[in-house]
Design a protein around this ligand. Sequence first.
Ligand code: NAD
Ligand code: IPM
Ligand code: MN
Length: 353
Amino acid sequence: MAKIAVIPGDGIGKEVVNEGVKVLEYLNSTYELGLSFKEFDLGAARYLKYGELVPDNVLNELETFDAIFLGAVGDPAVEPGILEKGILLKLRFYFDQYVNLRPVKLYNDRFSPLKGKGVDEINFTVVRENTEGLYAGIGGFLKKDTPDEIATQEMIASRKGVDRILKYAFEYARKTGGKLTVSDKSNVLTYAHNLWQRAFKAMAQEYSDVETNHYLIDAITMKMVRNPEIFDVIVTCNLFGDIITDLGAELQGGMGLAVSGNINPDTVSMFEPVHGSAPDIAGQNIANPLATILAAGMIVEYLGHEELSAMVDQAVQSSIDNNKVTPDMGGELSTSEVGNHLVKVLKELKGDK
Ligand code: NAD
Ligand code: IPM
Ligand code: MN
């Protein structure tokens, strides 16, 4: 038995989560996984009506779930940051989901934006630190709204926080047989990223079987575009991980394909697409649900059903290869049609057509 909390959120979040749940419900009934679902109406509507973001009783209830499935939050009617910090970051921090695992995988050469780089070259994973860095929310305003105003925003790197994400990344690289790249700005952030450098070098000694290297964050964006094949696993701080995974999303064929797991094996983990609520296309049934369907795959993997997660990946591969995709990927299907197609392919993969 596993309980999944579903938070559709705002904009296309609702539309894509529908399709993710469709896939999970199919897997649940076909393979008797014993999953149960409960929906939570966190997001702009609740905030605008009641001024509530994540009330304490909801936080307490979420603690009793095995995983959270999130669409996206963010709405043009709400000042930027309120829903993002008050819901998404709140959950990441409250549940101490220190790993943000973001695979970057190109499924089909025709979606590569890079000349000469295909599925063999674009396939790596970003391990983003998810609870510290510039996201710590420390800072403030001096002389606010005067010409002399100064705003500060502090970056936090604790040795324990850095060590635990590095350990996860080293273990991940060891398990997948890949090289581990660390990326930082240690030439300028001579406190926070000096700590990262020292911690990385110390841990590399313990993992002498894992090949390692280092790029400064500006240089890594260049390498990601020019030589993506050199990467297997990249570990980096919170903000840099955020930025390079949007770049990664484009390398793999677009925001509609990029998936993300916010993980802490000891608390409650949360799975979501990397993209946001996309107000520009919301309500049209054209949003690409594949990233969210891959998040559904990550959930079943997290719950111990690796073979089913591999099947979801295969079904996504098939839908891309056969052009059963939404308009952002050049296809003609709607959001819900892609979800239906995915379930159809999963049935075929099982053998009962
Ligand atoms: P976005 O990811 O929502 O959209 C960026 C662009 O990509 C848009 O043109 C959009 O149409 C397109 N796009 C995104 N997802 C798509 C999909 N599944 N299918 C097809 N096209 C897709 O980023 P944004 O516009 O910068 O942000 C919009 C709102 O979402 C903001 O409020 C932002 O804070 C929020 N946001 C939330 C999350 C989250 O909840 N995890 C993540 C990022 C942004
Ligand atoms: C992401 C998003 C969030 C982040 C925002 C919405 C807070 O961009 O999940 O990548 O910066 O982590
Ligand atoms: Mn982001």
